[in-house]
Design a protein. Structure first.
Length: 335
């Protein structure tokens, strides 16, 4: 079992990234280890280039994300933690796979359509080609499982299609088709201002998300001001199905407390948000405060984080080299 997953250093790392991705990875680390497997987590800095980003911001975010992962419990001794750029095999395999993937396949990718919007002609080629680099990211290590959110399922399916076509075209059994690992426990966290939208890095409103770097006051204040309704909480989760804001806050509470949503609703049944929000704010400060403090400490020690990423990149490069070479040879390239 080999698990590979990445996160883009595009800024404002938030509670959704933590509960929906990083915390899940931390939980899996021990399970994968117990199963004799290996976990690899990388900062997808090359994917970060597909939409314009200030070079200084990209650089700083790379350190911030590495710090967040370590502070949250990704242990660089137990998992391989690295950044994509330092393993050039990602880019090299990506070019080779560009010749396997079909234009028609990429044309069907909904994330490109969403992100490019009306300005398709003005979108970067990188944004269009992003799924092929993502395929390279996982096929390079013969990943067996890839933790993905809903938004990445289509891309993983493409990676599987690319692997299958490569194997068929060259009549080999070389590329492994990875399985998606969709954690049932991974919650989808919504914006605090509009619960019909997901909490995201790119939302211009800072009040819509809890940033992992927020101080205790900011965390408490954002929960206090979170949009809700005047109704008290019902008796069970089902009572909240038409109240997305209320449901979102309960989901966050349960995920932070490692409890079920039903359990949380039962505890606060009949109470209004005047009581629930301060409890949520206290819980969030208690859980996120120590992570933030460690993040701040690590971010201030860039050489230490840099050394961890370099060490992880060396390990990843060693794992990547034989597969890249076999792909090159299979395709007839002189290596
Ligand atoms: P962007 O708005 O730039 O796409 P993002 O907030 O969606 O940023 P990504 O880097 O695309 O962040 O995603 C990193 C990881 O966090 C992915 O595994 C994704 O599924 C997860 N994730 C992102 N937003 C949420 C959310 N609101 N709730 C749960 N998981 C999330
Ligand atoms: Mg996203």
């Amino acid at each position: 079992m080999r698990v590979v997953s990445g996160i883009k250093p595009t800024g404002n790392l938030h509670l959704g990234n933590y509960l929906g991705a990083i915390k899940q990875w931390v939980g899996m680390q021990a399970q994968i280890e117990a199963a004799g497997g290996e976990s690899m987590y990388f900062i997808a800095d090359l994917h970060g280039l597909t939409e314009w980003i200030e070079p200084r911001a990209l650089h700083a975010n790379t350190f911030e994300i590495a710090a967040a992962m370590i502070a949250s419990g990704i242990d660089p001794k137990r998992s391989i933690l690295f950044n994509q750029t330092r393993v050039p095999a990602h880019s090299e395999l990506s070019w080779l796979l560009n010749n396997v993937a079909r234009v028609g396949w990429l044309n069907r990718m909904t994330q490109f359509k969403d992100k490019a919007g009306k300005n398709r002609e003005g979108a970067s080629v990188g944004l269009y080609d992003y799924p092929v680099l993502m395929a390279a990211d996982v096929l390079l290590y013969s990943a067996t499982h890839v933790p993905v959110g809903e938004d990445q399922k289509q891309h993983l399916e493409l990676a599987r299609d690319i692997a299958a076509k490569f194997n068929q075209d060259y009549d080999v059994e070389l590329l492994v088709q990875p399985e998606p690992l969709v954690s049932k426990a991974a919650p989808r966290i919504m914006s605090l201002r509009d619960a019909t939208q997901k909490m995201s890095k790119s939302n211009p409103s800072d009040a819509a998300r809890i940033n992992l770097i927020d101080d205790d006051d900011a965390i408490a204040q954002k929960f206090r001001k979170a949009k809700t309704d005047p109704e008290p909480l019902g008796e069970k989760l089902d009572d909240l199905k038409d109240r997305p804001e209320a449901k979102n806050l309960v989901t966050i509470f349960a995920a932070l407390a490692d409890r079920t949503t039903d359990d949380v609703v039962a505890e606060y049944a009949g109470q209004g948000f005047g009581a629930f929000k301060p409890a949520l704010a206290d819980l969030a400060v208690a859980k996120l405060g120590p992570i933030r403090d460690e993040m701040v400490r690590l971010t201030a020690d860039r050489p230490a984080v840099d050394a961890i990423l370099r060490e992880g990149s060396n390990r990843a490069a060693t794992l990547a080299a034989p597969l890249l070479r076999r792909v090159q040879e299979t395709m007839g390239l002189l290596v």
